[in-house]
Design a protein around this ligand. Structure first.
Ligand code: SF4
Length: 302
């Protein structure tokens, strides 16, 4: 499991997706981003997040500085409605940004555009994916990026979850991430997630479940997102307190519990792979002594 430190680039996305808290807004400037980079606890793996992060003009110089400071994996969020042309992609690849996550809300224009509220935004996703996956002579000379399609599961696309995998045959990304937005009862999608995962494995597309608590996806734990970070999650619910995964799980929000109840969740007190999973998650989240040492070595504030 790999832990990323997220740096929000400012949103600058014109979408109106109902579940999203990152709409609109201005991009952050380079000075504030560099200041945050200096404060980062674990700069080996960085995720430039929020809205259309790839469109922030500060990204290229920020990535260069991150690489100079020892970063190894640089991941960025891309919006189909934003602009990512071959020139910008070649520049970002040359600066070491090799991992791209593009959000797609559904397998058709009707579903995707219906959620974003932007006409032809689905076409933008397809165009951007084509650029990322197939590239141009110029971008191919800078390297082949790793490409993830991310499907945030929400009310507007819950009926399309099972169809999304079929799109991957044509698009050929490296992986498909189903992202739990916490707005739909998990039990409504678990069956489709399970059958999608089997089909994706056969088609050699890496399936990932992000933000789904372990207790709600029995048997699918291996496909859980590598990033389980309490910084972006919810306080533990009562039923989490005796759970094996309480230190690592993203948990369940109070708003979700109020709307859908707690029937999908239960404390995990035994798990076939508990030792492996907890070891992997502990390794991904270094103990505080290691964080303190890293900060001291970098002249930080430990
Ligand atoms: S009981 Fe809580 S901590 Fe345990 S897997 Fe479920 S949501 Fe996560």
């Amino acid at each position: 499991m790999i832990r990323y430190e997220a740096i929000g680039m400012g949103a600058c996305c014109q979408g109106r997706c109902g579940f999203c808290r990152e709409r609109g807004g201005a991009y952050r400037d380079l000075d504030s981003l560099l200041a945050e980079l200096r404060q980062a606890h674990r700069p080996l793996n960085l995720y430039f997040s929020s809205g259309h992060a790839a469109g922030n003009p500060a990204l290229a110089p920020l990535a260069s500085q991150a690489v100079l400071e020892g970063a190894r994996r640089l991941k960025v969020k891309v919006s189909g409605a934003g602009r990512l042309d071959a020139d910008l992609l070649a520049l970002l690849l040359a600066r070491g940004v090799m991992i791209y996550e593009i959000e797609c809300l559904g397998p058709t224009a009707a579903v995707h555009d219906g959620i974003t509220g932007i006409k032809a935004s689905f076409r933008g996703v397809e165009r951007t994916l084509d650029l990322l996956v197939r590239g141009t002579a110029r971008t191919r000379a800078c390297g082949r990026p790793f490409v993830s399609v991310v499907m945030p599961v929400c009310e507007g696309n819950v009926e399309s979850v099972g169809v999304m995998k079929d799109r991957m045959k044509a698009w050929r990304p490296d992986r498909l991430v189903f992202l739990n937005t916490g707005t739909v009862a998990v039990s409504r999608v678990v069956f489709e997630l399970r059958s999608s995962i089997s089909a994706l494995v056969v088609d050699e597309v890496w399936p990932v479940l992000s933000g789904f608590p372990f207790c709600a996806i029995p048997g699918l734990e291996h496909f859980a997102q590598e990033l389980y970070d309490r910084q972006v999650s919810h306080p533990a619910a009562l039923f989490c307190q005796n759970c094996l995964f309480s230190r690592h799980c993203c948990g369940v929000s109070g708003a979700y519990l109020a709307e859908h109840g707690a029937a999908d969740f239960h404390a995990v007190v035994w798990h076939r792979y508990q030792e492996d999973l907890v070891q992997l998650m502990d390794r991904a989240a270094p103990p505080s002594a290691e964080l303190d040492r890293e900060r001291l070595e970098r002249g930080g504030d430990a």
